[in-house]
Design a protein around this ligand. Structure first.
Ligand code: SF4
Ligand code: SF4
Length: 473
């Protein structure tokens, strides 16, 4: 019986042919015999005898290549079917991460904010603006109970502007640390902030408690101040720059990251990276195109996205060269993707939202993640009564890769799985809709990272050991 080609994506790196095995998320390099077998089968189904007759290699080598390719399903025995991932989401699975939105208030009025802007999904009217201690305590208890069986758990603090409710953050850390100690477990913290409210005392607390910090900042003054402004329109750069420098100087127990939102007004990736990494001294800088409906003034048009991808490429190749030398580079978009590739991640859902991760809003509503908190439409329960299993199942069933027909033939699906549920809702009105507006971008980016992975795996494989452990826990 002839062999047919399996579901793979071939790529070249360091003069070598590699294969990304889509159903498993594995990566293998191919020797010339295996390459020839695969290429022959791809062009036309071929039996073992056909391959032995057609290829200019020794018979034992061809047999070995066929057996190996078949063993990881790069070629399939005629009629063989590769199973889809199971569609049913297990009834019970442990929570790993909770995002606590300590407040929905913010002292900035960034033009693109998903929480307050034109695309907001939150319905905060009549709900508390600041989380109370009772709600926070119930949230910590919920995280510990629902994560039973996990030794290490994670809590992220978010807003609004997180530091507008710093006293509660402190109280939560003290309470959760005691609880972790009593249970012989480990809890790790992180927060996202606009940095406007950082003080020496807050920085000291963050450093002492090993709290990971991500600062939302869009680059040098002329770029940051385009949209990251106070309510009176004044830019935030002059306020935050000295505070960020002090944070970077004093907080050494965890690497500090910057997170940049790219908009129509702010797309100079190389200049932004240089400023934040080299002038300011952030350990890592990550970029995300703004989440928005396509008609907003700050939405990035397709040709600007191409320019962004070109600049991403330049930085990604810098990253590759540094990795080959065994050096840290700091472009976190690459390290995040390499980590997923290295760990063989193959997703049924685009992210942990509603699965191993939940968000809790100031009102105590439980949401799939921080972007959905305080939204009546998306609430999955309340912290006083727990998760509504039926709502959670509905959210997860709709977001499952099997429910996204357009993604079934896409080789990038192990990492993408249709993309962010929140962006899907903003764009298509359905959290389970695949984000088809950015497929070219995702495939271009994943292909680039595969190539970089192959280069590093060939030229300095020890570097990849840094990705053996997950970043957060
Ligand atoms: S959204 Fe697009 S890129 Fe992502 S898995 Fe689906 S088809 Fe592929
Ligand atoms: S739904 Fe989107 S914003 Fe929420 S955790 Fe997933 S990727 Fe992040």
């Amino acid at each position: 019986m002839p062999y047919t080609a399996g579901d793979t994506h071939a790529f070249e790196a360091a003069g070598q042919q590699f294969l990304y095995l889509v159903p498993s998320g594995g990566i293998v390099d191919l020797n010339p015999v295996a390459s020839a077998v695969l290429n022959r089968v791809k062009s036309n189904p071929a039996s073992r005898e056909d391959l032995l007759a057609a290829l200019p290699f020794e018979a034992p080598d061809i047999h070995e290549a066929i057996d190996e390719l078949a063993s990881f399903r790069a070629i399939l025995d005629n009629g063989e079917k590769v199973e889809d991932p199971p569609q049913d989401v297990p009834d019970k699975f442990p929570l790993q991460t909770m995002v606590l939105n300590l407040t929905n208030q913010c002292n900035l009025s960034c033009g693109y904010c998903y929480e307050f802007g034109e695309d907001k999904v939150a319905t905060p009217d009549g709900k508390p603006k600041f989380m109370s201690w009772d709600t926070a305590k119930m949230s910590v208890d919920h995280l510990f109970t629902e994560s039973a069986g996990r030794r290490a758990i994670h809590m992220t603090f978010f807003g609004g502007e997180t530091l507008m409710n710093f006293p509660l953050l402190k109280q939560v850390v003290e309470y959760a640390n005691e609880k972790a100690k009593a249970e012989g477990r480990y809890i790790d913290y992180s927060l996202t902030t606009n940095a406007t409210l950082l003080t020496p005392a807050i920085i000291e607390f963050l450093a002492e408690n090993h709290i990971g910090v991500t600062v939302s900042m869009d680059g040098p003054k002329e770029m940051n101040d385009q949209l990251r402004v106070f309510a009176n329109g004044k830019g935030s750069y002059d306020i935050i720059a000295p505070k960020v420098r002090s944070l970077l100087d004093k907080h050494k127990t965890r690497p500090i990251a910057a997170r940049v939102t790219l908009t129509a007004q702010v797309t100079d990736v190389l200049k932004i990276f240089k400023h934040l990494k080299h002038d300011m001294g952030f350990h890592e800088v990550g970029f995300a195109p703004v989440t928005t409906s396509p008609n907003r003034l700050y939405a990035i048009e397709n040709n600007s996205m191409d320019r962004v991808l070109d600049q991403f490429k330049t930085l990604a190749y810098e990253y590759r060269d540094a990795a080959v030398r065994g050096e840290h580079h700091g472009f976190s978009n690459v390290s995040d993707t390499l980590m997923e590739l290295h760990q063989g991640i193959n997703k049924s859902h685009p992210c942990g939202a509603g699965l191993g991760l939940v968000g809790v809003g100031p009102s105590g509503d439980i949401a799939p993640c921080h972007r959905f908190v305080d939204s009546d439409t998306h609430a999955l329960g309340h912290i006083s009564t727990g998760i509504d299993k039926a709502k959670q199942q509905d959210f997860l069933q709709r977001g499952h890769i099997n429910a996204k027909y357009d993604c079934h033939s896409c080789w990038a699906r192990p990492l993408c799985a249709g993309g962010c549920h929140h962006e899907a809702f903003v764009r298509y009105g359905d959290t389970g809709h695949p984000n088809l507006h950015y497929c070219d971008w995702i495939r271009g980016w994943t292909g680039l990272c595969l190539e970089i992975y192959g280069e590093i795996a060939t030229r300095n494989p020890q570097f990849l050991n840094t990705f053996d452990r997950r970043k957060t826990v």
